[in-house]
Design a protein around this ligand. Sequence first.
Ligand code: AMP
Length: 372
Amino acid sequence: MGSGAATSLGARVGVLGAGQLGRMLGLSGRALGLELTFLDPNPESPARAVGELVVADYADEAALARLAGLDVVTFEFENVPVSAVKALEARSKVFPSSRALEVAQDRLHEKTCFRSLGIGTPPFEAVETEAELLAAIGRIGLPAVLKTRRFGYDGKGQAVLKSEADAKAAFAKLVGAPLILEGFVSFQRELSIIAVRSALGEVACYPLVENHHQGGILRKTIAPAPGVSSELQRAASQHIEKLLAHLDYVGVLALELFEVGGALLANEIAPRVHNTGHFSIEGARVSQFENHLRAILGLPLGSTDVPEPCAMLNLIGVAPDPRAVLSVPDAHLHWYGKEPRPGRKVGHITVRAQDATTLAERVAELEKLIAS
Ligand code: AMP
Protein backbone atom coordinates (compact mmCIF):
# COMPACT_ATOMS: atom_id res chain seq x y z
CA MET A 1 0.00 0.00 0.00
CA GLY A 2 3.15 2.21 -0.19
CA SER A 3 1.74 4.78 -2.59
CA GLY A 4 -1.96 3.95 -2.22
CA ALA A 5 -4.71 6.45 -1.60
CA ALA A 6 -4.60 5.86 2.14
CA THR A 7 -1.10 7.33 2.41
CA SER A 8 -1.97 10.51 0.58
CA LEU A 9 -2.66 13.75 2.39
CA GLY A 10 -6.24 14.14 3.54
CA ALA A 11 -6.88 10.39 3.66
CA ARG A 12 -10.34 9.37 4.82
CA VAL A 13 -10.38 7.06 7.83
CA GLY A 14 -13.44 5.18 9.06
CA VAL A 15 -13.67 4.20 12.72
CA LEU A 16 -16.10 1.70 14.26
CA GLY A 17 -16.94 3.14 17.68
CA ALA A 18 -16.89 6.79 18.68
CA GLY A 19 -16.07 6.83 22.39
CA GLN A 20 -13.20 8.66 24.04
CA LEU A 21 -10.67 6.47 22.24
CA GLY A 22 -12.17 7.58 18.94
CA ARG A 23 -12.12 11.18 20.13
CA MET A 24 -8.40 11.00 20.91
CA LEU A 25 -7.71 9.23 17.59
CA GLY A 26 -9.62 12.04 15.91
CA LEU A 27 -7.62 14.75 17.66
CA SER A 28 -4.41 13.15 16.37
CA GLY A 29 -5.91 12.55 12.96
CA ARG A 30 -6.95 16.19 12.58
CA ALA A 31 -3.33 17.27 13.10
CA LEU A 32 -2.33 14.91 10.28
CA GLY A 33 -5.00 16.39 8.05
CA LEU A 34 -7.08 13.21 8.03
CA GLU A 35 -10.84 13.12 7.66
CA LEU A 36 -12.45 10.80 10.18
CA THR A 37 -15.89 9.22 9.97
CA PHE A 38 -17.15 7.36 13.04
CA LEU A 39 -19.91 4.79 13.30
CA ASP A 40 -21.64 4.42 16.66
CA PRO A 41 -25.24 3.81 17.76
CA ASN A 42 -24.94 6.55 20.40
CA PRO A 43 -25.69 10.05 19.03
CA GLU A 44 -23.95 11.61 22.06
CA SER A 45 -20.66 9.81 21.36
CA PRO A 46 -17.54 11.78 22.44
CA ALA A 47 -15.89 11.50 19.00
CA ARG A 48 -18.69 13.51 17.36
CA ALA A 49 -16.60 16.59 18.21
CA VAL A 50 -13.68 15.52 15.98
CA GLY A 51 -15.21 14.03 12.86
CA GLU A 52 -18.40 13.00 11.13
CA LEU A 53 -20.57 10.69 13.22
CA VAL A 54 -22.81 8.15 11.50
CA VAL A 55 -25.39 7.13 14.07
CA ALA A 56 -26.41 3.54 13.38
CA ASP A 57 -26.06 0.01 14.59
CA TYR A 58 -22.66 -1.60 13.85
CA ALA A 59 -24.39 -4.15 11.60
CA ASP A 60 -26.33 -1.51 9.62
CA GLU A 61 -25.74 -2.21 5.92
CA ALA A 62 -26.02 1.38 4.68
CA ALA A 63 -23.71 2.67 7.43
CA LEU A 64 -21.11 -0.02 6.69
CA ALA A 65 -21.30 0.82 2.98
CA ARG A 66 -20.39 4.43 3.82
CA LEU A 67 -17.32 3.31 5.74
CA ALA A 68 -16.35 0.84 3.02
CA GLY A 69 -16.02 3.76 0.60
CA LEU A 70 -13.23 5.36 2.67
CA ASP A 71 -9.46 4.80 2.33
CA VAL A 72 -9.00 2.67 5.45
CA VAL A 73 -11.20 1.48 8.31
CA THR A 74 -10.25 0.73 11.92
CA PHE A 75 -12.07 0.21 15.23
CA GLU A 76 -11.77 1.69 18.69
CA PHE A 77 -14.34 -0.59 20.35
CA GLU A 78 -13.55 -4.23 20.91
CA ASN A 79 -17.05 -5.60 20.92
CA VAL A 80 -18.04 -4.58 17.41
CA PRO A 81 -19.46 -7.65 15.67
CA VAL A 82 -16.77 -9.63 13.83
CA SER A 83 -19.31 -10.10 11.02
CA ALA A 84 -19.40 -6.31 10.44
CA VAL A 85 -15.59 -6.16 10.28
CA LYS A 86 -15.54 -9.14 7.89
CA ALA A 87 -18.14 -7.47 5.66
CA LEU A 88 -15.95 -4.34 5.53
CA GLU A 89 -12.81 -6.40 4.88
CA ALA A 90 -14.39 -7.82 1.75
CA ARG A 91 -14.72 -4.29 0.35
CA SER A 92 -11.92 -2.16 1.82
CA LYS A 93 -8.71 -2.04 3.85
CA VAL A 94 -9.45 -2.82 7.52
CA PHE A 95 -6.77 -2.73 10.23
CA PRO A 96 -6.41 -4.54 12.59
CA SER A 97 -7.92 -7.61 10.91
CA SER A 98 -11.13 -9.42 11.86
CA ARG A 99 -8.92 -12.36 12.87
CA ALA A 100 -7.14 -10.30 15.55
CA LEU A 101 -10.51 -9.01 16.74
CA GLU A 102 -11.93 -12.54 16.89
CA VAL A 103 -9.05 -13.76 19.06
CA ALA A 104 -9.26 -10.76 21.39
CA GLN A 105 -13.03 -11.04 21.85
CA ASP A 106 -12.86 -14.47 23.45
CA ARG A 107 -10.75 -15.02 26.57
CA LEU A 108 -10.38 -18.72 25.76
CA HIS A 109 -9.05 -18.06 22.24
CA GLU A 110 -6.82 -15.32 23.59
CA LYS A 111 -5.23 -17.51 26.29
CA THR A 112 -4.93 -20.47 23.90
CA CYS A 113 -3.09 -18.14 21.51
CA PHE A 114 -0.72 -17.00 24.33
CA ARG A 115 -0.05 -20.63 25.23
CA SER A 116 0.65 -21.63 21.61
CA LEU A 117 3.25 -18.83 21.37
CA GLY A 118 4.99 -19.84 24.62
CA ILE A 119 3.69 -16.78 26.50
CA GLY A 120 2.96 -17.69 30.15
CA THR A 121 -0.65 -17.43 31.39
CA PRO A 122 -2.47 -18.31 34.59
CA PRO A 123 -3.81 -21.89 34.39
CA PHE A 124 -7.17 -21.85 32.59
CA GLU A 125 -9.96 -24.12 31.36
CA ALA A 126 -13.16 -23.62 29.42
CA VAL A 127 -16.29 -24.28 31.50
CA GLU A 128 -19.88 -24.83 30.39
CA THR A 129 -21.63 -26.75 33.16
CA GLU A 130 -21.50 -26.68 36.95
CA ALA A 131 -19.98 -30.17 36.92
CA GLU A 132 -17.22 -28.94 34.55
CA LEU A 133 -16.62 -25.98 36.85
CA LEU A 134 -16.19 -28.19 39.91
CA ALA A 135 -13.91 -30.56 37.98
CA ALA A 136 -11.82 -27.58 36.73
CA ILE A 137 -11.52 -26.28 40.30
CA GLY A 138 -10.23 -29.75 41.25
CA ARG A 139 -7.38 -29.28 38.76
CA ILE A 140 -6.71 -25.52 39.00
CA GLY A 141 -7.43 -25.14 42.74
CA LEU A 142 -8.82 -22.24 44.77
CA PRO A 143 -8.82 -19.30 44.83
CA ALA A 144 -9.73 -18.98 41.17
CA VAL A 145 -11.46 -16.47 38.91
CA LEU A 146 -14.55 -17.36 36.87
CA LYS A 147 -15.06 -15.09 33.85
CA THR A 148 -17.40 -14.89 30.90
CA ARG A 149 -15.38 -15.65 27.77
CA ARG A 150 -16.87 -12.70 25.91
CA PHE A 151 -18.07 -9.12 26.55
CA GLY A 152 -16.36 -8.69 29.91
CA TYR A 153 -14.80 -5.28 30.61
CA ASP A 154 -13.71 -3.22 33.60
CA GLY A 155 -14.04 -6.28 35.86
CA LYS A 156 -17.64 -7.00 34.77
CA GLY A 157 -18.72 -10.60 34.11
CA GLN A 158 -16.27 -12.15 36.57
CA ALA A 159 -16.09 -13.44 40.13
CA VAL A 160 -13.31 -14.51 42.48
CA LEU A 161 -14.02 -17.96 43.91
CA LYS A 162 -12.68 -18.88 47.34
CA SER A 163 -14.90 -21.86 48.08
CA GLU A 164 -17.15 -24.39 46.36
CA ALA A 165 -20.14 -22.39 47.62
CA ASP A 166 -18.74 -19.26 45.88
CA ALA A 167 -18.33 -21.34 42.73
CA LYS A 168 -21.97 -22.49 42.74
CA ALA A 169 -23.26 -18.96 43.43
CA ALA A 170 -21.07 -17.41 40.70
CA PHE A 171 -22.04 -20.12 38.22
CA ALA A 172 -25.75 -19.48 38.89
CA LYS A 173 -25.17 -15.78 38.08
CA LEU A 174 -23.04 -16.26 34.95
CA VAL A 175 -24.73 -19.40 33.58
CA GLY A 176 -25.87 -19.12 29.98
CA ALA A 177 -22.65 -17.51 28.75
CA PRO A 178 -19.57 -19.59 27.82
CA LEU A 179 -17.13 -19.30 30.74
CA ILE A 180 -13.45 -19.67 31.54
CA LEU A 181 -11.94 -20.58 34.90
CA GLU A 182 -8.51 -19.15 35.67
CA GLY A 183 -6.18 -19.69 38.57
CA PHE A 184 -6.07 -16.64 40.87
CA VAL A 185 -2.68 -14.96 40.46
CA SER A 186 -1.14 -13.35 43.57
CA PHE A 187 0.72 -10.85 41.45
CA GLN A 188 3.21 -8.25 42.69
CA ARG A 189 1.76 -5.75 40.28
CA GLU A 190 -0.11 -5.29 37.02
CA LEU A 191 1.83 -4.14 33.98
CA SER A 192 1.00 -3.60 30.35
CA ILE A 193 2.85 -3.05 27.15
CA ILE A 194 1.64 -1.31 24.03
CA ALA A 195 3.18 -1.93 20.64
CA VAL A 196 2.40 -0.85 17.13
CA ARG A 197 3.02 -2.54 13.78
CA SER A 198 2.59 -0.69 10.53
CA ALA A 199 1.07 -1.90 7.30
CA LEU A 200 4.68 -2.05 6.04
CA GLY A 201 5.76 -4.35 8.90
CA GLU A 202 7.64 -1.76 11.00
CA VAL A 203 7.30 -2.44 14.77
CA ALA A 204 7.76 -0.17 17.80
CA CYS A 205 7.10 -0.87 21.52
CA TYR A 206 6.35 1.59 24.30
CA PRO A 207 8.03 0.84 27.65
CA LEU A 208 6.22 -1.36 30.17
CA VAL A 209 3.84 0.66 32.35
CA GLU A 210 2.49 -0.06 35.84
CA ASN A 211 -1.28 -0.10 36.30
CA HIS A 212 -3.45 0.27 39.41
CA HIS A 213 -7.06 -0.93 39.30
CA GLN A 214 -9.88 -0.52 41.81
CA GLY A 215 -13.07 -2.51 41.49
CA GLY A 216 -11.78 -3.81 38.14
CA ILE A 217 -11.43 -0.28 36.68
CA LEU A 218 -8.08 1.28 35.80
CA ARG A 219 -7.35 4.24 38.09
CA LYS A 220 -3.69 5.04 37.49
CA THR A 221 -0.81 4.25 35.14
CA ILE A 222 2.85 5.01 35.87
CA ALA A 223 5.06 5.22 32.78
CA PRO A 224 7.60 3.81 32.47
CA ALA A 225 6.88 1.21 35.20
CA PRO A 226 9.45 1.84 37.94
CA GLY A 227 12.14 -0.74 38.64
CA VAL A 228 11.80 -2.75 35.43
CA SER A 229 14.93 -4.72 34.56
CA SER A 230 16.10 -4.80 30.97
CA GLU A 231 15.29 -8.56 30.96
CA LEU A 232 11.68 -7.95 31.96
CA GLN A 233 11.26 -5.21 29.35
CA ARG A 234 12.80 -7.50 26.73
CA ALA A 235 10.51 -10.39 27.72
CA ALA A 236 7.43 -8.15 27.40
CA SER A 237 8.57 -6.77 24.05
CA GLN A 238 9.25 -10.28 22.77
CA HIS A 239 5.78 -11.45 23.88
CA ILE A 240 3.97 -8.64 22.11
CA GLU A 241 6.17 -8.87 19.01
CA LYS A 242 5.30 -12.58 18.74
CA LEU A 243 1.61 -11.69 18.96
CA LEU A 244 1.94 -8.95 16.32
CA ALA A 245 3.69 -11.33 13.94
CA HIS A 246 1.34 -14.26 14.63
CA LEU A 247 -1.77 -12.16 14.04
CA ASP A 248 -0.19 -10.34 11.05
CA TYR A 249 -1.33 -7.34 13.02
CA VAL A 250 -1.53 -3.73 11.84
CA GLY A 251 -2.16 -0.93 14.35
CA VAL A 252 -1.78 -0.54 18.11
CA LEU A 253 -2.04 -3.65 20.30
CA ALA A 254 -2.10 -3.66 24.11
CA LEU A 255 -1.05 -6.63 26.25
CA GLU A 256 -2.03 -6.72 29.94
CA LEU A 257 0.31 -8.65 32.19
CA PHE A 258 0.77 -9.76 35.78
CA GLU A 259 4.25 -9.58 37.30
CA VAL A 260 4.80 -12.58 39.55
CA GLY A 261 8.19 -13.34 41.11
CA GLY A 262 10.07 -11.51 38.38
CA ALA A 263 8.17 -13.29 35.57
CA LEU A 264 5.28 -12.17 33.39
CA LEU A 265 1.91 -13.87 32.93
CA ALA A 266 -0.38 -12.63 30.17
CA ASN A 267 -3.93 -11.68 31.13
CA GLU A 268 -5.44 -10.24 27.97
CA ILE A 269 -4.93 -8.28 24.77
CA ALA A 270 -6.86 -5.32 23.44
CA PRO A 271 -6.76 -4.93 19.64
CA ARG A 272 -6.93 -1.14 19.76
CA VAL A 273 -5.58 1.96 21.43
CA HIS A 274 -5.77 1.39 25.18
CA ASN A 275 -6.44 3.28 28.41
CA THR A 276 -2.99 2.32 29.74
CA GLY A 277 -1.50 4.19 26.77
CA HIS A 278 -3.27 7.52 27.34
CA PHE A 279 -0.14 8.83 29.09
CA SER A 280 1.58 8.75 25.69
CA ILE A 281 -0.20 11.90 24.43
CA GLU A 282 2.09 14.10 26.49
CA GLY A 283 4.39 11.44 27.96
CA ALA A 284 5.85 9.83 24.83
CA ARG A 285 7.53 11.39 21.82
CA VAL A 286 4.65 10.14 19.65
CA SER A 287 1.33 9.05 21.14
CA GLN A 288 -0.36 5.69 20.68
CA PHE A 289 -3.15 7.50 18.80
CA GLU A 290 -0.87 9.07 16.23
CA ASN A 291 1.13 5.85 15.89
CA HIS A 292 -2.05 3.84 15.33
CA LEU A 293 -3.04 6.17 12.48
CA ARG A 294 0.48 6.15 11.02
CA ALA A 295 0.45 2.33 11.19
CA ILE A 296 -2.87 1.81 9.40
CA LEU A 297 -1.92 4.38 6.74
CA GLY A 298 1.45 2.72 6.06
CA LEU A 299 3.34 5.81 7.23
CA PRO A 300 6.64 5.66 9.17
CA LEU A 301 6.10 5.08 12.90
CA GLY A 302 7.06 7.72 15.46
CA SER A 303 9.35 7.31 18.47
CA THR A 304 7.83 5.44 21.45
CA ASP A 305 10.41 6.88 23.87
CA VAL A 306 9.15 8.23 27.19
CA PRO A 307 11.64 10.99 28.02
CA GLU A 308 10.66 11.55 31.68
CA PRO A 309 8.56 9.85 34.39
CA CYS A 310 4.88 10.28 33.75
CA ALA A 311 1.53 9.25 35.26
CA MET A 312 -2.05 9.06 34.03
CA LEU A 313 -5.01 9.32 36.39
CA ASN A 314 -8.45 8.37 35.16
CA LEU A 315 -11.37 10.59 36.09
CA ILE A 316 -14.13 8.14 36.96
CA GLY A 317 -17.52 9.73 37.53
CA VAL A 318 -15.92 12.93 38.83
CA ALA A 319 -15.23 16.37 37.39
CA PRO A 320 -12.43 18.07 39.33
CA ASP A 321 -11.93 21.84 39.19
CA PRO A 322 -9.84 22.39 36.03
CA ARG A 323 -8.09 25.41 37.60
CA ALA A 324 -6.85 23.28 40.48
CA VAL A 325 -5.71 20.44 38.18
CA LEU A 326 -3.87 22.75 35.81
CA SER A 327 -2.15 24.59 38.67
CA VAL A 328 -0.08 21.42 39.24
CA PRO A 329 3.11 21.81 37.16
CA ASP A 330 3.22 19.68 34.01
CA ALA A 331 -0.34 18.41 34.47
CA HIS A 332 -2.66 18.10 31.46
CA LEU A 333 -6.42 17.66 31.59
CA HIS A 334 -8.40 15.64 29.05
CA TRP A 335 -12.18 15.85 29.19
CA TYR A 336 -14.25 13.53 27.01
CA GLY A 337 -17.47 15.58 26.89
CA LYS A 338 -19.48 12.94 28.77
CA GLU A 339 -21.93 13.43 31.62
CA PRO A 340 -20.23 12.24 34.88
CA ARG A 341 -21.91 9.13 36.31
CA PRO A 342 -20.62 6.67 38.91
CA GLY A 343 -18.14 4.23 37.36
CA ARG A 344 -17.96 6.12 34.06
CA LYS A 345 -14.62 7.23 32.59
CA VAL A 346 -15.18 10.91 31.80
CA GLY A 347 -11.62 12.17 31.40
CA HIS A 348 -8.04 11.73 32.49
CA ILE A 349 -5.08 13.72 33.75
CA THR A 350 -1.49 13.24 32.61
CA VAL A 351 1.35 14.59 34.72
CA ARG A 352 5.10 14.52 34.14
CA ALA A 353 8.12 15.36 36.28
CA GLN A 354 11.90 15.36 36.00
CA ASP A 355 12.27 12.65 38.64
CA ALA A 356 10.21 9.93 40.32
CA THR A 357 10.00 11.71 43.69
CA THR A 358 8.55 14.88 42.21
CA LEU A 359 6.18 12.80 40.10
CA ALA A 360 4.93 10.98 43.22
CA GLU A 361 4.28 14.35 44.94
CA ARG A 362 2.35 15.68 41.95
CA VAL A 363 0.35 12.46 41.66
CA ALA A 364 -0.53 12.62 45.39
CA GLU A 365 -1.71 16.22 44.99
CA LEU A 366 -3.84 15.32 41.97
CA GLU A 367 -5.29 12.24 43.68
CA LYS A 368 -6.33 14.47 46.58
CA LEU A 369 -8.04 16.85 44.15
CA ILE A 370 -9.86 13.98 42.44
CA ALA A 371 -11.04 12.58 45.78
CA SER A 372 -12.34 15.93 47.12
P1 AMP B 1 -9.75 -8.54 33.21
O1 AMP B 1 -11.14 -8.19 32.85
O2 AMP B 1 -9.36 -9.93 32.83
O3 AMP B 1 -8.73 -7.52 32.75
O4 AMP B 1 -9.69 -8.48 34.82
C1 AMP B 1 -9.89 -7.28 35.55
C2 AMP B 1 -8.96 -7.25 36.75
O5 AMP B 1 -9.23 -8.37 37.60
C3 AMP B 1 -7.49 -7.38 36.38
O6 AMP B 1 -6.94 -6.12 36.02
C4 AMP B 1 -6.92 -7.92 37.67
O7 AMP B 1 -6.78 -6.90 38.64
C5 AMP B 1 -8.00 -8.87 38.15
N1 AMP B 1 -7.77 -10.26 37.63
C6 AMP B 1 -8.17 -10.75 36.45
N2 AMP B 1 -7.78 -12.02 36.27
C7 AMP B 1 -7.12 -12.37 37.39
C8 AMP B 1 -6.46 -13.56 37.84
N3 AMP B 1 -6.44 -14.68 37.09
N4 AMP B 1 -5.86 -13.54 39.07
C9 AMP B 1 -5.89 -12.42 39.83
N5 AMP B 1 -6.51 -11.27 39.47
C10 AMP B 1 -7.11 -11.23 38.28
